[in-house]
Design a protein around this ligand. Sequence first.
Ligand SMILES: NC(=O)c1ccc[n+]([C@@H]2O[C@H](COP(=O)([O-])OP(=O)(O)OC[C@H]3O[C@@H](n4cnc5c(N)ncnc54)[C@H](O)[C@@H]3O)[C@@H](O)[C@H]2O)c1
Length: 207
Amino acid sequence: MANRSCIIRLSRYKNALNRLKTLNFVRVFSDNLADAAGVTAAQVRKDFSLFGITGNRRGGYKVDELSDQLNKILGKDQLQEVVVIGMGNIGKALFHYGGLEKSGIKVAAGFDIDPVKFDRDSSQPVLPLEGLVDFVRGHNIVLGVIAVPDYAAQQVLELMLSAGIRGVLNFAPICLKAPEGCIVNNINLESELENLIYFVNALEDGK
Ligand SMILES: NC(=O)c1ccc[n+]([C@@H]2O[C@H](COP(=O)([O-])OP(=O)(O)OC[C@H]3O[C@@H](n4cnc5c(N)ncnc54)[C@H](O)[C@@H]3O)[C@@H](O)[C@H]2O)c1
């Protein structure tokens, strides 16, 4: 089975492919995708071979075909609905980010406990947390984002799981454990920045 890094690379290849498409490329080679995704051509071929995608040494890959294959693997051949829990800075930013729809991801609704945030009658509503389970079940949604303070994250995760959510993107700075049958991706912006600082300092030291 492919690991997380491989899937992140596939997503990069797909974005690179979209850019090449706008430049009217009909065929691409692993070198083109490697350059655009910052990996080696051998890595591109290795990643593709995991999914049975084969090119041709002379002709490369057909852009349209490859694009369809990657979209299918990444589940982008159909619109994916997502709910966002916690409509503060992070939640609102995601909620209003138009770029997601272009990628086939629709934020169907936001949820919060603060009545000031509610907007029940909108086509993209913000609803009280109590309505989460019914909404998620009614819309067959399996993906959710946690954007609540750290102390509330575990409880929110449990509610999401009871609703049938199986994939969670967690922005709260605590590492939530994924129970069986669910995948939790913890995004810790602070750790990412610390990581960057460490490697920038290491670059400086290596001068
Ligand atoms: N804002 C940032 O730049 C940033 C950066 C890194 C990490 N984070 C983390 O992301 C999370 C969200 O950050 P933020 O800045 O958007 O916070 P915020 O305080 O602006 O918003 C949090 C929202 O969650 C709601 N909330 C609280 N408890 C809830 C519950 N049990 N159920 C549903 N909603 C609830 C609040 O009413 C509020 O609207 C936090 O855990 C924060 O530490 C934020």
